[in-house]
Design a protein. Structure first.
Length: 146
């Protein structure tokens, strides 16, 4: 059982969080990349609720099971594009230690994405980290399936 329900107790704040999500989705950043960085950050942050949600959302978008299975070891996998690799490297660096995104990681992002896409990637990674920091400490649980 969750410690408290932020949705009910802070509806205006929760609504603002959702507005940010909608704004990011309107932009040109590829939906698969959005979900991959959400899953990877949620793995790193240990957020069960977000991990479950974004794996299901990725599957609904047509993401393969193999790419989801291999995501925690994406560097060794041959299943990800250069753009996905750049996004995942950025997501990991910004999640683990936000003040230590190297020039190498950032240069890979700017080589693969337009400025607008890069801005949305930055926003998406920040947003999923925020969601993880709301959901995990509150012990949010995914729905029980099958």
């Amino acid at each position: 059982m969750p410690r408290l329900n932020v949705t009910e107790l802070a509806p205006e704040v929760y609504g603002a969080f959702l507005q940010v999500e909608r704004a990011i989705r309107k932009g040109p950043l590829d939906a698969a990349i959005r979900e991959l960085v959400k899953i990877r950050a949620s793995q790193l942050n240990g957020c069960l609720f977000c991990l479950d949600m974004h794996i299901h959302e990725a599957r609904e978008l047509g993401e393969s099971e193999d790419r989801i299975y291999q995501l925690s070891a994406w560097r060794e996998s041959e299943l990800y594009t250069e753009a996905e690799r750049a996004a995942l490297a950025y997501a990991e660096a910004a999640t683990k230690r936000p003040d230590d995104v190297s020039d190498e990681v950032w240069d890979a992002v700017t080589a693969q994405f337009t400025s607008e896409e890069a801005a949305l990637l930055v926003a998406q990674v920040a947003q999923i980290n925020m969601w993880n920091r709301v959901s995990a400490p509150m012990h949010a649980r995914p729905p029980k399936r099958g």
